[in-house]
Design a protein around this ligand. Structure first.
Ligand SMILES: [Zn+2]
Length: 291
């Protein structure tokens, strides 16, 4: 009786921690694939494709910068016990190599999603383009099926369903951006380049070409000049409160500062689809406002 109570208490705790909605159908941990994913959108992708057959740990917590993140000992342990580590690649996770070495986990498979995909110069933000996310979906499904052939059909089926959702998202973004009078933006950070390339947004300038390096006064003056000349209506930032340099540029030019979130947040930003739909709505509203 006590053992049974413990088991139930354990599950209640696991469900509470995991925020899982389908507790009854969730297989015990021993029967699930243990997967670690680097950032929130990739952890969400693994959950979408893996369903109840995977237990997913996310490395970079929300609010942390993936470019400068350092893993905790608990996260190192998670990697040492995982069967699969899912990384974006293209330089997003400079910490990954050390983590893999330190994990001393000979069974660990590493899936680098950016591998083999066309990259923009040293830019890792592939996931912000839903068409790249579709390719990521297939890669995750193949990796899960390799590790757990018994459920290969489930993974493929969920991947197909998720791809269909990404297709709808892609179509909706195209339709929404077709209605804006200007597609010119300045971004604080090069996060939206893949998105811009896909959907015909014109990134006129990036304020911090190197993450965290603030522009000099001369560079700020040149940006003011450029935003005025090109009549750029929107400056995209990725952090709140608004960084001072973006505020200065907005005050000097009349451009509007828009906060877009590249990683995630509280619902509805806790899924990639919710995140992207919210971002696109914010962006389209701002671009519609005109210069
Ligand atoms: Zn970034």
């Amino acid at each position: 009786m006590l053992a049974r109570f413990r088991w139930i208490a354990f599950w209640a705790l696991a469900v509470w921690i995991g925020g899982c909605q389908a507790a009854a159908a969730t297989p015990p941990p021993a029967d699930r694939l243990v997967v670690v994913a680097s950032i929130a959108p990739l952890a969400d992708l693994v959950r979408q494709v893996g369903g109840d057959q995977v237990a997913v740990t996310q490395m970079v917590p929300l609010g942390s910068n993936p470019h400068t993140f350092e893993p905790t000992p608990a996260q190192m342990r998670a990697v040492s016990q995982a069967q699969l580590l899912v990384l974006n690649g293209a330089g997003l996770e400079p910490w990954a190599e050390d983590v893999i070495q330190a994990a001393e986990n000979p069974d660990l498979q590493v899936l680098v999603l950016a591998e083999g995909l066309p990259l923009l110069d040293r830019n890792p933000h592939l996931w912000l383009n839903p068409r790249y996310m579709m390719q990521f979906t297939d890669k995750v499904a193949a990796a899960l099926a390799d590790l757990d052939p018994e459920h290969a059909a489930d993974y493929r089926q969920r991947a197909a369903a998720y791809r269909a959702e990404l297709e709808r998202l892609d179509a909706d973004i195209r339709a929404a951006l077709a209605q804006v009078p200007s597609r010119k933006v300045v971004t604080l950070h090069a996060a939206w380049d893949y998105f811009a390339q896909e959907y015909g947004l014109e990134v006129v300038a990036v304020i911090e070409p190197t993450p965290g390096r603030e522009p000099s006064p001369a560079e700020v003056a040149a940006l003011v000049e450029l935003i005025r000349r090109e009549q750029v209506p929107v400056i995209i930032v990725e952090s709140q409160p608004t960084p001072p340099v973006a505020r200065v540029l907005a005050d000097e030019t009349g451009a509007r500062v828009v906060y877009l979130e590249p990683l995630g947040g509280p619902p509805p930003l806790d899924t990639y689809l919710g995140l992207m739909r919210a971002n696109v709505q914010t962006l389209v509203d701002a671009l519609r406002g005109g210069p």
